[in-house]
Design a protein around this ligand. Structure first.
Ligand code: PMM
Length: 368
């Protein structure tokens, strides 16, 4: 696969943990040196930031949402001290880096003001970075990104891919920070209305390419750009599955790939029942989780019994989607993803090691 991000060749020294050695300097941020040559592809090279350097396996990003209302962990980590402790626990449970966000992007969420976002995020970024954790800041705002980088964040994770705040891409260009550009069509209060595609994979790849192009034109070095298809953002459950079925199309953009499926609704829908297959209790499955023709998308033996528990929306409850999340991690890692973003790193940290070991055994890298 030419032009894709690759893990190291077999024979590369043992897979390091990805954790910073004591005394390792933080990822070198600040202004790029004048005259730094532009690099024409996103392949790892001398200018590749440390968190994007190949380590022989997919990385695992743990999530700390410092919000009252995120769908999976909203309200748990709103106190900064508790949030920092949770971030450290995520590292203990196998995260390579921790994503700190102060603004919920759940469907229908309304925006908070920038001061509120800063107040939520900065103490947590500072607390974790101060303990040597590689922190990414999950924000759509240039000011929050800038102040978080000053507070020690190593990565900017912009779910709007630079589209929400016109200052974001120029800000990133002025730093040396890696940036995650996620596919995005609009804010959470209307993103569910923006799910019209010709072919979802073709269109999402094309729109992501435009977002990357805008960043490159603004001066962001290609080796600092990560792409993310944005599962659940302006995508129906079925469209998420289409995207996951074609991760190589996203790898072909030539940048490290982040996959963030953790605990998302489409997993809850799948696990609660598929149209046509029916749930063990005889009720219909969740509309939209199965195939468009209404046939059972997944063979269901009917022996799921206690697995098919449901929340108020009829979906598998959020805290019971971890095994499915790890399954997606396995698939993403096998497809050569740079990183998966998850709420509980432990199962995914194990999964990425299994994938790396097998890739090694097969004499190739995980993305071949
Ligand atoms: N999803 C959420 C938040 N941040 N960042 C990236 N890069 N990609 C995502 O898909 C993504 C994200 C929403 O999930 P959460 O409420 O669990 O954080």
């Amino acid at each position: 696969m030419s032009g894709t991000f690759r893990h190291p060749e077999p024979g590369t020294p043992a897979v390091p943990s990805g954790r910073p050695e004591p005394g390792t300097p933080a990822v070198p941020f600040g202004r790029p040196e004048p005259g730094t040559p532009a690099v024409s592809s996103g392949r790892p090279g001398p200018g590749t930031p440390a968190v994007l350097q190949p380590i022989g396996r997919c990385r695992v990003m743990g999530v700390v949402n410092v919000t009252p209302d995120s769908f999976s962990d909203g309200g748990h980590w709103i106190d900064p001290q508790t949030a920092v402790e949770h971030g450290l626990e995520l590292i203990e449970r196998g995260a390579d880096l921790v994503d700190v966000g102060g603004e919920s992007t759940r469907p229908g969420a309304v925006r908070i003001d920038v001061e509120e976002e800063l107040a939520r995020v900065l103490p947590v970024v500072r607390g974790l970075a101060g303990q040597g954790v590689d922190v990414s800041v999950d924000t759509m705002r240039a000011r929050v990104a800038a102040e978080s980088l000053d507070a020690g964040a190593a990565v900017v994770n912009d779910v709007s891919g630079g589209r929400a705040d016109p200052q974001m891409v120029p800000l990133v260009a002025r730093t040396a920070a890696p940036v995650v550009l996620m596919h995005w069509r609009g804010h959470s209060d209307r993103m569910q209305d923006l799910t019209q595609y010709g072919d979802v994979v073709t269109d999402v790849v094309a729109e992501l390419r435009e977002q990357v192009q805008r960043a490159l034109e603004a001066g962001v070095a290609p080796e600092r750009i990560v792409v993310d298809p944005g599962l659940g953002f302006s995508k129906t459950g079925e469209q998420n599955w289409s995207v996951l079925a074609d991760l190589p199309a996203f790898m072909e953009l030539g940048h490290p790939l982040l996959v963030a499926a953790s605990r998302k609704r489409f997993l809850g829908e799948l696990l609660a029942g598929v149209p046509g297959s029916g749930r063990p209790d005889g009720t219909a499955g969740v509309p939209g989780s199965g195939r468009p023709d209404g046939t059972a998308g997944v063979p269901d033996s009917g022996r799921h019994g206690g697995l098919a528990t449901a929340d108020g929306d009829g979906n598998r409850p959020v805290d019971d989607r971890e095994d499915a999340t790890a399954a997606i991690t396995t698939l993403a890692a096998a497809a050569g993803a740079w990183c998966v973003r998850v709420h509980d790193p432990r199962p995914s940290a194990d999964a990425v090691r299994v994938v790396a070991r097998l890739a090694w055994e097969k004499g190739g890298s995980a993305d071949e």
